[in-house]
Design a protein around this ligand. Structure first.
Ligand code: DC
Length: 229
């Protein structure tokens, strides 16, 4: 008979933009009946609020305060900050660029990481981001690093309806160069740069459809958690 109760699992899913983290993480959370947390949306919401309030994106003290104090609510479908529903408003090219800037600021990262850790108080989580397996939960039960070729990531991003620029079809080469600039910023920043954790499992999603990636990740997760059939 089972005598120990397993604590709720923490699944970390990291990787660069356009690797498919969002769709994959949602599907894994649904399969495991865990909460899904999109940490990129938290950096985006802070960036949106900063622009809304007219804060300078290099005002580290003001941005750190904002990230600490703002009322930030993520549920499974929506994101709101200080009572503004920003679910769609944070998926624009301006916020892509502004979020990458605020994500470089240590005071912002410290504040958001503290909020991210608190999500486990309510049970298991599947958390996606850049530093989940390295900085937020170095002891996560399972760490996945999703990647894909730069071309494939750019074309996914360009055709991502949730990331639509006011309904206009995004120009692929503009998307590719903006994505390369953000990658560079995410990988080279001083504070928690995007790197794969030593104990993460690399999943290359180039040329693999969503269902195939989800099946592969779910298999890895179930084996690691010891719940494989
Ligand atoms: O995943 P995303 O594109 O929504 O992330 C928005 C920005 O926030 C992006 O520049 C990477 C950054 N980010 C981060 O630094 N750490 C995280 N855990 C999640 C996102």
């Amino acid at each position: 008979m089972e005598t120990t109760t397993r604590r709720a699992p923490v699944i970390a899913i990291d990787g660069p933009s356009g690797a498919g983290k969002g769709s994959v993480s949602r599907a894994i959370a649904q399969a495991l009946k865990c909460r899904y947390v999109d940490t990129g949306a938290m950096y985006r919401a802070v960036a949106w609020m900063a622009l809304h309030d007219g804060l300078a994106l290099d005002d580290e003290a003001a941005l750190g305060r904002l990230a600490t104090e703002a009322e930030l609510v993520l549920d499974q479908q929506t994101v709101s900050v200080e009572g503004h529903d920003v679910t769609r408003l944070i998926r624009t090219a301006d916020i892509d660029a502004a979020a990458a800037r605020v994500a470089r600021i240590p005071a912002v990262r410290d504040a958001l990481v503290a909020r991210q850790r608190a999500y486990t108080d309510a049970g298991g989580v599947v958390m996606e981001g850049r530093d989940i397996g390295t900085a937020v939960f170095p002891g996560a039960d399972v760490k996945i690093f999703l990647d894909a070729s730069p071309d494939e990531r750019a074309s996914r991003r360009a055709s991502d309806a949730a990331h639509g620029m006011g309904g206009e079809a995004a120009n692929l080469s503009d998307v590719a160069s903006a994505l390369a600039a953000r990658d560079q910023s995410d990988r080279t920043r001083q504070s928690s740069p995007l790197v794969m954790a030593d104990d993460a499992v690399l999943v290359d999603t180039t040329g693999v459809g969503l269902d195939g990636v989800v099946a592969r990740v779910l298999d890895i997760v179930r084996k690691r958690l010891g719940t494989a059939p």
